[in-house]
Design a protein around this ligand. Structure first.
Ligand code: R5P
Length: 298
């Protein structure tokens, strides 16, 4: 098996390769003065099983274009199979049309991945369980929930005084799964309203109880507004400590700042997306999803 990496998260690709006892295969990514990229494989892929690792977060469109070109290079140079590991799939929140006149952007992205040459996709904690249905090729859907359960056990939780919380009704399946892994601890769902034009978030209703220790779990943190609203709601409802877990650190806008300034104890994310130094903050802890991905590639 040959593993290639795009430029969006080389450290994750290296960790996956090392879990498999491999090195990253060389690739040249040349950027022209106008921003266009030229991809060139520096090793023969004829008849090889190949893997390319490239999450497509900020800068989303640029990372997608690079991925399409790597897939194309693998296809036209004779790879036997091409597995595209996209730990974070950009545009996944546009998996359906919300308002008349909108594009279904995720569907367009999926078509591009398929025509560029991907035979199989490996993703982590998709925003919706229905996303794999948009693909014609096989999709392996992995999850960080077992990793989060392990961390929560390490922090220490008491079944009577703890609750797992989704800050969004779309996350019910995730917290049910987490609850099962944590001795069926109770779960609570926060119903939020988001203004589709401005992106502002308000809490509409809390379904379930609040306990002393709350573990919020979400698929991603983008602006951070959903998490900060949830943390405040839980503390105002009687919680004493709130821990935050989210698979994908998209961290747009002022997210690192508002998360650090929030009243959350700690914020745990995975390395599905590379977090540059300038976006790190004291309360942040990054857990690696590489062993989970490597296991799926074996
Ligand atoms: C919502 O549907 C998702 O599960 C996340 O809660 C949301 O995308 C987070 O976005 P933000 O951090 O911008 O509130």
């Amino acid at each position: 098996m040959l593993i290639f990496s795009g430029s969006s998260n080389e450290s994750l690709a290296k960790k996956i390769a090392s879990e498999l006892g491999l090195d990253i295969s060389p690739i040249e990514i040349h950027v022209f003065p106008d921003g266009e990229k030229r991809i060139r494989l520096l090793e023969s892929v004829v008849g090889e099983e190949t893997v390319v690792v490239q999450p497509t977060a900020i800068p989303t469109d640029e990372n997608y274009m690079e991925l399409y070109f790597i897939l194309d290079a693998l296809k036209r140079n004779g790879a036997k199979s091409i597995t595209s590991v996209v730990p974070y799939v950009g545009y996944q929140r546009q998996d359906h049309v919300f308002r008349v006149g909108e594009a279904r952007s995720l569907e367009a992205v999926v078509k591009m991945l398929e025509v560029s040459g991907a035979h199989k996709i490996v993703g982590v904690d998709f925003h919706s369980i229905k996303i794999p249905e948009l693909f014609k090729i096989p999709v392996v859907h992995l999850s960080a929930i077992p990793l989060f359960a392990e961390k929560i056990r390490e922090i220490g939780f008491n079944r009577e005084d703890s609750v797992v919380v989704t800050p969004d009704m779309g996350g019910i399946r995730r917290i049910k799964e987490l609850s099962e892994l944590l001795n069926n601890v109770e779960y609570t769902a926060i119903e939020k309203d988001r203004d589709l034009a401005t992106g502002s978030v308000t809490v509409a209703k809390v379904h379930g109880g609040v306990k002393k220790t709350c573990f919020i779990v979400d698929d991603m943190i983008s602006s951070g507004r959903t998490i900060v609203n949830a943390v405040n709601t839980l503390l105002e409802g009687g919680a004493e400590r709130v821990y935050v877990f989210a698979t994908h650190p998209v961290f747009s806008e002022e997210a690192p700042k508002i998360l650090q300034e929030s009243r959350a104890e700690k914020v745990f994310v995975t390395d599905s997306i590379f977090v540059p130094k300038e976006k790190e903050f004291e309360k942040l802890e990054i857990l690696s999803i590489a062993p989970t991905i490597a296991q799926a590639l074996k």
